[in-house]
Design a binder for this molecule. Structure first.
Ligand code: WTA
Length: 661
């Protein structure tokens, strides 16, 4: 484990405890009782949670685990995710309730959408997609900014039983093309562009490039249509397969009779970085996923759908946007904010202004954002009335205690002797689909920096190399011992890689890839990845994927990438490259050029903070790059043990190069 993880591990001696405010605990959705009930009968517990939803046919079995690790939940049952997220709220007389307070980035560009309006729009989009040839089982790729049409498209796909794959709008056309090809999407939904920091930026050109790459790729795959929302009004190139949203969707019928799908019918594929170069298509199915996300959204965020205004700041292109902006909250009939822009445009108080304006009560964001606000100073949030907030959440990376306490003080009202609101530090992954480890806000006495305990119905543990559960005060690997409803079912088209990646390290255990520690009370501290996955601003990036991008540049012979500790982003990408002979020393611009190259290949989020041109890379005698030593250099530390290096003088060369910078 790295030194930064050890630093965090030391913090597990944190003494502060924050009990839930008495009034909060008294009216909390979930009490201590839930743990005992789930311990007594885990499957009965999840069966009861499933009653939150509307089903057609009920299940024969809650869990079919006869062919592990391939789980089936609620077998034989039928359900439609879109009906659960939309129709049933309208049918229950809550059609006038606001589902989305959409806030565009340009000031004043906002729109409230009720559940009745959402039903209309989703029905129209489902009819339009059908008209474009989308049938149950077909895949649809979505490459969009944070606008209502994105949510509407996802729900329309779910309605038809056509699994969607949302690709984050910041990804490159290459990344988009490889995802379209991997899952065989036949329709792409996009927009002309979106707004970012006050300016319109284009999206459609990347889709055009991606579609051309799909056409040029081997196989008989073709994108049949590109459905385009007009968001910014900028000029776009147009081809025969392109269709405007306002032509196809706005004119379609608002009546659509949904079909019920099997509980295990694929709902979506979400690509995420793994330890090898190729992103993994995480497959989530319908019934269990909806049970897991709606139950945890209700219990962890203590959602009171009648009175709460919920806001999750994630981008819908990530799993958090799927589970805790679309499926969980809408299945629960929540009212929520959906914001298109960045926190700092047009001013640094934009988020707090939105909270004040809409009376946001539950706020869910990432530690990297909190650390940025801390740096900008207490005065900015202090200008706004944040007193509506009654619960705060954190996700994506370990939250350092300083950030936790600042969040509680300055956003959660605890400064100047205020009581403060509960904070839920939620641990989960794209693969897990739902939150698995988190405080329960009405029960848990939170500790800054700890995700605390597995939720009721979840069997998480920390084990050593031999899969033995570690004692209190000890560290090891985070694993799951029993299946859970929203778990991934497989990797799209690659059952072997699914088994190999998650289930092969120890018999019968799901290996999450994270290190963790149990403190003296048995509470869990997640310490970060123990594999070649980095976490930059809460985004998962693969070292190997960035290395492949670097070596695809004509000047680069070899590359090694490490995640170095960074005060603001948690980790930052630092690349070490050996240039080809013909490239000489690369010239003054080589660092910028390589950073931009990675941006083009993967996306701006993957751009290295720093690129160092080095004469050699440290390797073991068997040729394995010792990233640990490079990490020492990147973090400005004394370089560790070099005994296993084939050539120990390599590190001297690298250090000399670094010193000369
Ligand atoms: C990390 C995001 C510590 C972890 C939902 C995990 C966290 C990876 C936390 C998954 C947390 C997420 N505390 N670490 N509360 N939440 N992580 O797939 O390393 O984008 O394995 O899912 O983020 O990232 P992913």
């Amino acid at each position: 484990m790295s030194d930064s993880n050890e630093t965090l591990a030391n913090l597990a001696h944190e003494q502060r405890r924050f009990a839930p405010p008495a009034a909060f605990a008294e009216s909390a959705n979930v009490t201590e009782e839930a743990y005992a009930r789930a311990d007594a009968d885990r499957l009965a517990f999840w069966e009861a949670a499933a009653e939150r939803l509307d089903w057609g046919q009920k299940w024969d079995q809650v869990l079919d685990w006869s062919n592990p690790p391939f789980a089936k939940w609620f077998t034989g049952a039928t359900i439609n995710a879109s009906v659960n997220c939309v129709d049933r709220h309208v049918e229950a007389g809550r059609g006038d309730k606001v589902a989305l307070h959409w806030v565009g980035e340009p000031e004043g560009d906002a729109r409230d959408i009720t559940y009745a309006q959402l039903l209309d729009e989703v029905s129209r989009a489902a009819n339009a997609l059908t008209e474009l040839g989308v049938r149950k089982g077909d895949r649809v790729a979505i490459y969009m900014p944070m606008i209502p049409e994105t949510v509407i498209t996802m729900l329309a796909c779910a309605r038809l039983g056509a699994p969607h794959t949302v690709v984050f709008g910041g990804f490159s056309s290459d990344a988009l093309a490889s995802r379209i090809i991997d899952c065989g999407a036949k329709v792409v939904v996009t927009s002309d562009g979106g707004y970012r920091r006050g300016a319109a930026s284009a999206l459609k050109p990347a889709v055009d490039e991606a579609v051309a790459k799909v056409d040029a790729a081997d196989g008989d795959l073709a994108v049949e249509h590109v459905l385009v929302v007009r968001r910014t009004g900028q000029d776009v190139a147009w081809t025969e397969r392109d269709v405007w949203w306002h032509d196809a969707v706005d004119t379609a019928s608002a009546q659509h009779t949904p079909e019920l799908h099997d509980s295990e019918h694929p709902l979506y594929v979400m690509y995420t970085s793994g330890t090898t170069g190729k992103p993994k298509g995480i497959l989530h199915t319908t019934g269990g996923y909806l049970v897991g996300t709606s139950y945890t959204h209700w219990s962890v965020f203590d959602l009171k759908p009648e009175s709460d205004v919920y806001w999750c700041t994630a981008d819908v292109g990530w799993v958090t946007g799927h589970s805790y902006m679309v499926y969980g909250p809408l299945a629960n009939g929540a009212t929520q904010v959906l914001y298109e822009g960045t926190p700092d445009a047009p001013h640094k108080g934009r988020w707090w202004e939105i909270i004040e304006k809409y009376g946001v009560t539950i706020f869910y964001t990432a530690p990297t954002a909190i650390r940025t606000f801390m740096k900008q100073g207490d005065a900015i949030p202090a200008k706004f009335d944040l007193s509506s907030i009654r619960l705060l959440g954190s996700v994506g990376e370990p939250i350092n205690p300083e950030a936790y306490v600042w969040y509680r003080d300055h956003i959660g009202g605890a400064k100047d002797g205020g009581e403060g609101v509960p904070i839920v530090d939620t641990w989960w992954q794209t693969e897990t689909g739902q939150i698995l480890i988190s405080p329960l806000p009405g029960v848990t006495h939170g500790k800054p920096g700890s995700a605390m305990r597995p939720l009721p119905g979840i069997s998480a543990d920390v084990v050593d190399d031999e899969a033995r559960s570690v004692g209190d005060g000890e560290g090891g690997y985070l694993v799951l011992k029993e299946p859970w409803p929203a778990m991934l079912r497989t990797l799209w088209g690659d059952d072997d890689r699914f088994v190999e990646t998650y289930w092969s390290r120890w018999e019968g255990l799901y290996f999450a890839g994270d290190g963790a520690k149990k403190d003296d009370d048995g509470d869990l501290w997640v310490l970060g990845r123990v594999d070649d996955v980095m976490n930059v601003s809460g985004h998962r990036l693969s070292t190997t994927e960035i290395e492949s991008a670097l070596v695809s540049h004509p000047s680069v012979a070899e590359a090694a990438v490490v995640g170095a500790a960074d005060d603001m982003t948690g980790q930052a990408v630092v690349a070490f490259v050996i240039l080809r002979e013909a490239a000489g020393d690369g010239g003054a611009e080589i660092e910028t050029e390589l950073r931009n190259h990675v941006g083009r290949e993967i996306g701006a989020i993957a751009k290295p903070r720093q690129v160092m041109v080095v004469p050699e890379l440290p390797k073991t005698r068997s040729g394995k790059i010792m990233r640990r030593l490079l990490k020492d250099v990147a973090e400005g530390r004394e370089v560790g043990d070099t005994q296993t290096l084939a050539d120990a003088s390599v590190m001297d060369l690298i250090k000399a190069r670094e010193a000369a910078r």
